[in-house]
Every structure is written in C-alpha cells, then in structure tokens.
Design a protein around this ligand. Structure first.
Ligand SMILES: [Zn+2]
Length: 882
C-alpha cells in the first residue's frame, strides 16, 4: 500500500476518456532485466468526452521512462509530470497528435505476473485487467480501442519464437547482432487489456480449421520442447469450439491464425488475448498417464471459453470493468452450453450448479457479497469472482429460459450487429434481448445490481373436492453488506406436477391458461397459482433444471423425495431430490454427533439411492453424480450457523460407512461391470464409467477395513491412467497406515520430474482429513519442488488445504488459519492477486462455532494489523472483518 489509503472507484462516476488512441505501434526489444518498449500512439481528443481538456494523463506502473516525444519533438522533464502510477502532459494539441514514449521494464523481477514477465525463461504477458500499463504508458481502460502493430526483437537463441496479436506480416534476422524480429498486425480494434506478446524457446504444434465460409485458419499451440505429445486434446477441443460457435451462434473466426501459448506461471486459468491466448499449462498439457478425466474436461471447457471470448469480449468488449459480467457471465454461459451439447446436459448442469453453490452462494451470503455488476471496487482484480462469472452465467441462462433458444440466438445476432467493435454495457446487451424478443426485462435488470441469494419458499396444497392444487411461492433476498433493502426479482420458475405414476400432469390454471412448457414467472413477493383438474394429490417438482439461482425451500416429505428420486422426468431435479434427502439425513446426524448421540438409521434414504443406482436407463456419469454425497461445505451451508466442522465430518463419514455396508454387493458389482477396457479415451462415455466405478471403489473403502484398502492398493497398481491413480490416492490420503505412505512415495518417485503431475501429489496430501494434515502442509511448504512464487504450487498445496480440507483448515486450535494467514502475508509482498484470492477462503468464518470463530478472527486481525498490505489484500481483509 502507498502512503495514501486505497481509493474506491464507483460505477456512477464513469466518464468517457478525454482522449482516444487510434493506432499503437510498439517496438519491443525483449531483454530479461531491461526490456525496451518504444510506443508510437496516434491520439486525438474524444468528441464524446464530457469536458474538453488539454491535459493527457496516461497510466503507467513500474516503468523506467527514457524519453517522450510529441509530434516528433523531444519533451523536457518540465513538459510533463510523473507519479507512481501516471504520466501527465499538461499541454497537448487540441487536435490529433502523435506521441512517442520509450520505457524500460524488468520482466525477470516481475513476480506479480501482471504485465511482461518470465515464466521458466519464456517472456509472456498478462494485461487483464490493468497489466498493459506495466509495459508502457497508456490510456489503460477498456473503452479506448486501437489498432496495434507490434514489432518484437530478441536474441535468436534466447527467444527463437516471437509472437503477438493478429497476423504475422514480416520477420527476419538482423544481420550482425544475433537478434531477429517479427512484426505482427492486428486489424481489429482492441483495448490494451487484450494485448499480448510472447518470446521464448517454444515448439509449435500445428493444425488447420476451415471456417463456415471456407477460409483456412492456422491453429498453432506453442509449448516447451518435449511437451508436443501433450497437446492433441487441446487442439481437438479448439476445433470443436470453433465448429460449435459457428453452428450454435453463427460466429466465425476472423484472423489467419489462432495461437495458444502454454506457460507454467500464470495467475489465472487462461487469457483470451486477441488471436494469441495465453494459458496456464495445466489447462493445455494432457496425456492419459498425466491427466485425469477432470483435467481433460477442464481443458475442453477452458479452451472453448477463451475461444468464445473472441466474439463475447473481444469483438464486443466492456465499456468499463464494472461490466465484467458482460463478457464473463455470457462466455461462461456459452462454454457451459458447449459442454452440454458435447457431453451430457444433465451431468453438466449438476456440475455447474454444484460449482455455483459451493463458491458463489457462500460469497453471496458472506462479507464479500457483491452484485453481478458491482457498484464499486478498490481493486478490480478482486472482482474476478464466482458472482461475476458463475452467477453472471445464470443470469444469461435465465434469459434464455424466458426467451427460448431461438429468441436468444436472434438477440445475440442483433447484439453482434449493433455492437461489433464497441465497448458495451449490460444495458446494451439487455436492450438487444428486449428488442429482438419483445420481452420486458426491466424488473429482471435488478439481478445485475442486487447482491445476495434470493430465498424462495414454496408450498403446495391440494383440494380433493375442487380437484385443485394450489402452489404458493414467496421470495425474499437477505440483506448483504451495504444493501439492506432488497427488491423482488423476476424469476423464471420451471415446474412440473407429478401424478401417481410419476407422469407430468397437464398444467392448466384456473383462468384457463395452459402452461405447456412448465414455465411460470415469479415477480411479486408472493404469488399463488391454482392448477385445475388435478385428480389426486400431486408431487411438485420445482425449479427444474435449476431455472433460477435461488435457495428453494419446499414442504416435501421423505416419501415425496423418494418418489422424485425415482420418477421425476427432469433429471436435474431427480438428482436434486437425492441431494436434499441426503442433506436431511446428514444435518440431523451432524446435530447428533454434536451432542454425542447415535444417528438414526438411514435405511429409507439408502434404499432410494440404491434404486437409482440400479436404474440402467441412467448413464453411468449421472449415477456417479447421484452417488456423491453432499460435501462437508454443502452440509455446513445447509446448517448455516454455529458450524462444527468435526461433527459434520463425522456425520458424513458415518453415512458413507452405512452406504458401504448396506450396498456392498451393489457397489462391488458397479466396480466390476464398469471397468473400461482398451485404450484410454477422454470422451464423456468412458469418463462416465470411470467416474461411477471410482465412486463405488471409494465407498467400498469407507469402512477402512483391510479388504477395502487392499482393493484400492490393487486399483492403484493396475491403473493405466491418471484418473484411476488419483482416485486411489484420494481414498488413501484419509486412511492412516502403510498403504498410504507406500503409494504416495511410489507416486512421487514416478512423477517428481513432472511439474504438473507433482501438483496433484501436493494437493492430495493437503486435503487429508487425518490429524496431521496441517503439519504435513507446513512441512511440504519447505519441499524443494514447492515455491510460493509459482501460483499453481500455491493453489495445489495451500489453496487445496484451505478450500478442500474443512477439518484441517478449521482445526479447533487455529493452526489451519495461522498457516494460511502466514502464507497470505508472505505472498502479498510480491503477488497481490494470489494473496487476496487465497484470503477469500476465510469468507465463511462468521458461520463457525464461537471458539473457531475467535481463532479465525484473530488470524484475520493479524493480517489487517500489517500496514504494508497490497491494495488487493487490504480490500479483502477489510471487507472480511467488517
Ligand atoms: Zn473469461
């Protein structure tokens, strides 16, 4: 933190830039410690500016300024002023002018990984959100769009490959110096955050794609030498993405080449820079022996996500950072749809909702709650959140539910026609939908400005004499920090009423209106629907497909839940019924364990679960989801207050053991019949079988008895792919004994030279529910393969511990909190984005029982008492404690 305290930036204060930049010519001489950047900018006053000014204020950070020229004239030091973050030239012409700036930056010491930095000797950039200002002085805001030409020069041996956005227009050797150059031109106007350049010793895996209109596009994936055989799936995923975006949204790629570069050190997953995506290498590199089914699926989804940004984000970008959901929510929605179309729609929906509830619901219910479009921020990097991404995607999905798939497509077509080349707002997007589909979205807009997860309470009553089923719905959104008063939201609620044999009854309202698609619109605080001609008491299936991101409470009996688990035609709700049933059993068992009581037997739940598992009409991937009990954090969220993570853990382990005992024969059979012979394929069908088989294996070992452990050992030894290996490690990490130590040692010996696979070894030790997990994590911090400077390592060890080890992180003595707090402070000295993100794991601390709450609070206070915090960490710790 600077001596001045961090400033809050407000959406309401947005004003257009006083100046625009039409073209940017960069001449970059890559050097590890002193990269020279010469930029030539064609600038003019912005005709739409609110006020006319002749003072040009450019953003810049950590730059060494060499020279400034205005229309060719070198400026004296007295012609401009500088601060830590700006360069101001007070008297620029009131018409167009040319500005040349020469600066130096130091990629080697840049451990914030924002701007230009080096990852394992590869020069690469990350400019979103505000990294371009660490490369050169600039109007670093998303509504300043320019055409870029980039000339890169470097020692040929150090960086034989030189890449930037756009198309390559020239390259060659400089005769004497041992250096070479490449000139790249991007014809599409873009903001600075989409700029990228890369230089290094990389090999190219090449393919081509022929677009809808018959243009051939080169596809290049660049990796470190030796990794070429790990790119096939990424390439396949890219081609699928390009094809899908043409078919589903009519979007074609627009440059001659599409490039992806994989680097090891990256703050995020990947970045959609125009024509030159930069990826965290764990989301590119895969072979069956090194990557799990989940890795393959993540690669496919993230490649798609970044590719789809070419239209939703790049061709149409955001006016300001408050509009981040405009590109992220929409693009997450698009990548979820891509996966749903390519794989199983029901399984994808389950996994998306699980993600939303695990990450976004706690955010919405805690001190960091913010609307999908925030009203203010201190550090924009703190707003790359589950709310902006995942809840943002849910808003797009609700719109699609309301206007239909075709309506949504026609609205998107209008959006692209109207805003191509623009920096747009949420209002621009919503007007296109409203106009193209003649839909009133005025009330719906509240979703973008109101934080918090709405709570919907439903009750169904039946009048046999009148043959009427009456459904009452009410909604309330709890207060969130800074937003006490909430307005009712417009929610699409998909529903069905199940008759005695499980069929969906026709939905006819008392006024004669039919609801053929089962979609009703909840707009008021309370609404009642009376369905006529219902001949027996129906069972309601509400919020089908999770049609709105809300917490639903409904008066269902255990018999109703069992009925829905067996009969609901909506596969998502069938799964949800099983989860709800399990949560009832688990919350009551948790209360029991908290009071030292034996839980009541769970035989009817187990029977219902067994029936679903036996249903061969359900695909294996789906049944695997059914077999997964709610997580410990799901149970904590359900209980909501005075949380004792140990009691939750005991309850969940108890139910797993009950399932293991009661379903032993069924689980063994699932294990035997779902083995996948032949060569490994990452496609959904085989992956689904492995998921079901591995879920059965894990449950079979839940008793911790010798035969269960031996089966896991054998599974590990026989495993021919990483999915099966990891499953075995994931089971054994929780079981004390020699089997655990042996497999972890074997795994380490086999994979210690692979920087990606070894991250799994770190993570699986960090999530252990055994007593010694925190001390093991402390010990692993000192492991020679671990580094706090590498975000993937931090996420693997410390992130996994804080996010996925509820009993270890929340240890009663506070050791887990202290451990994470120490790491946060250490990392904050050089990488504020990662430290702030890691501290986000404390977001649910107020839900804990009093003793743990006090320990968590003191760890947070220890951080906040430090007066050298980054702006990023300052914002998170202040809000978390507030
Ligand atoms: Zn994105």
């Amino acid at each position: 933190m600077d001596d001045s305290s961090p400033q809050t930036i407000f959406l309401k204060d947005y004003t257009p830039s006083n100046f625009l930049i039409d073209t940017v010519s960069l001449d970059v001489n890559l050097h590890p410690t002193a990269t020279r950047v010469h930029s030539r900018l064609e600038i003019r006053p912005n005709p739409d500016a609110a006020t006319r000014s002749t003072a040009l204020v450019l953003d810049g950070e950590d730059l060494e300024l060499d020279e400034v020229r205005l229309d060719g004239r070198k400026l004296d030091d007295s012609d401009f002023t500088r601060t830590d973050s700006t360069l101001t030239i007070p008297g620029v012409p009131d018409g167009p002018f040319e500005l040349e700036i020469t600066t130096y930056c130091n990629p080697e010491t840049n451990k914030a990984l924002s701007g230009l930095y080096r990852s394992r000797n590869i020069f690469c950039t990350q400019c979103e959100a505000q990294g371009f200002r660490r490369i050169t002085y600039f109007l670093d805001r998303p509504d300043v769009l320019a055409i870029y030409t980039t000339r890169l020069q470097a020692d040929k041996e150090m960086a034989p490959v030189l890449l930037a956005n756009g198309n390559l227009i020239e390259s060659g050797k400089n005769s004497s110096s041992g250096t070479h150059f490449a000139v790249w031109e991007d014809p599409h106007p873009k903001p600075g955050y989409l700029f990228a350049m890369v230089g290094g010793n990389l090999v190219c895996v090449a393919d081509t794609f022929t677009t809808l209109s018959g243009r051939e596009v080169d596809l290049h994936i660049y990796v470190e030498p030796g990794e070429e055989d790990r790119c096939a799936w990424a390439m396949e995923s890219l081609k699928r993405s390009m094809k899908w975006d043409e078919e589903r949204f009519g979007r074609e790629y627009d440059l001659d080449v599409f490039m992806i570069v994989a680097v090891s050190d990256f703050n995020m997953g990947a970045m959609e820079n125009k024509g030159l995506n930069v990826f965290n290498d764990k989301l590119i590199l895969a072979r069956p022996e090194t990557a799990t089914d989940a890795d393959y699926a993540a690669i496919e989804a993230v490649i798609a996500h970044e590719y789809f940004h070419n239209w939703t984000g790049n061709r149409v970008t955001c006016r300001d950072w408050f509009q981040l959901c405009l590109k992220e929510g929409l693009t997450v929605y698009r990548d979820q749809e891509f996966t749903s179309d390519l794989r199983s729609r029901a399984v994808e929906r389950i996994s998306d909702v699980r993600m939303l509830k695990t990450h976004q619901f706690p955010e919405d219910g805690g001190p960091l709650a913010h609307p999908v479009r925030p009203q203010s921020y201190i550090e924009i990097n703190n707003f790359y959140t589950a709310t902006v991404y995942e809840k943002g995607a849910e808003l797009c999905r609700m719109i699609e539910t309301m206007v239909g798939r075709e309506g949504f497509r026609s609205a998107m077509d209008l959006y692209f026609v109207r805003h191509d080349g623009d920096a747009a707002t949420v209002e621009d997007f919503i007007s296109c939908i409203a106009e193209a589909t003649q839909t009133d979205l005025d009330q719906f807009m509240t979703w973008y400005s109101q934080a918090g997860t709405p709570e919907v309470v439903a009750s169904l009553s039946y009048n046999a004499k009148e043959r009427i089923a009456e459904l009452s719905l009410s909604q309330v959104t709890p207060a969130t920090p800074g937003q006490v008063k909430k307005r009712p939201l417009h929610m699409p609620i998909k529903l069905g009423l199940l008759g005695p044999n499980g069929d969906d009854l026709p939905l006819r309202l008392e006024n004669g209106d039919d609801i053929p698609d089962g979609l009703i619109h909840l707009r008021a605080t309370e609404q009642t629907y009376r369905f006529t001609n219902v001949s027996s008491p129906p069972v309601p299936s509400l919020l089908r497909g999770f049609s709105a991101p809300v917490k639903l409470t409904v008066n269902l009996s255990e018999t109703d839940l069992e009925f829905l688990m067996a009969k609901d035609s909506d596969l998502f709700n069938r799964w949800q019924a099983g989860q709800n049933y399990a949560l009832r059993v688990l919350t009551s068992a948790t209360a029991g364990f908290g009071n030292g009581e034996e839980p009541a037997p769970a035989s009817s739940f187990i029977g219902a679960l067994a029936a679903t598992l036996r249903d061969e009409t359900l695909e294996p991937a789906y049944r695997a989801e059914v077999l997964k009990l709610p997580s410990e954090s799901d149970i904590a969220r359900e209980i909501g207050q005075n949380i004792n993570p140990d009691a939750i853990h005991s309850a969940r382990e108890w139910l797993r053991a009950e399932l293991s005992r009661a379903l032993h024969r069924e689980l063994e059979e699932l294990y035997e019949t779902n083995s996948v012979p032949g060569p490994y394929s990452p496609e959904a069908e085989d992956a689904g079988k492995r998921a079901l088989r591995n879920a059965a294996l894990a449950l079979l070992a839940a008793l911790g008895d010798e035969s269960g452990i031996n089966r896991v050992r054998e599974h590990f030894d026989a495993a021919a792919n990483m999915t099966d290996k990891i499953t075995a490690l994931g089971v054994l990490t929780h079981l004390e004994g020699s089997a655990r130590e042996t497999v972890f040692d074997d795994f380490y010996e086999q994979w210690k030279d692979d920087h990606l696979v070894i991250d799994k070894w770190f993570a699986l030790q960090a999530i252990s529910s055994l007593e010694d997990a925190p001390s093991r994590v402390v010990m692993l911090r000192k492991h020679p393969l671990f580094s706090l400077k590498a975000p993937n390592k931090v996420r693997a060890l410390i992130g996994a511990f804080a996010n996925m080890n509820p009993t270890g992180f929340n240890r009663a003595d506070g050791a887990g909190y202290e451990l994470v707090a120490d790491v946060v402070l250490e990392i904050d000295k050089f990488n504020p984005q990662i430290s702030a993100r890691l501290l986000g794991t404390f977001k649910s601390w107020r839900m804990l029982e009093p003793e743990r709450k006090a320990k968590a609070k003191s760890a947070l206070e220890h951080i906040s008492s430090n007066n050298n915090l980054s702006r990023d960490l300052f914002e998170i710790v202040t809000k978390t404690l507030d």
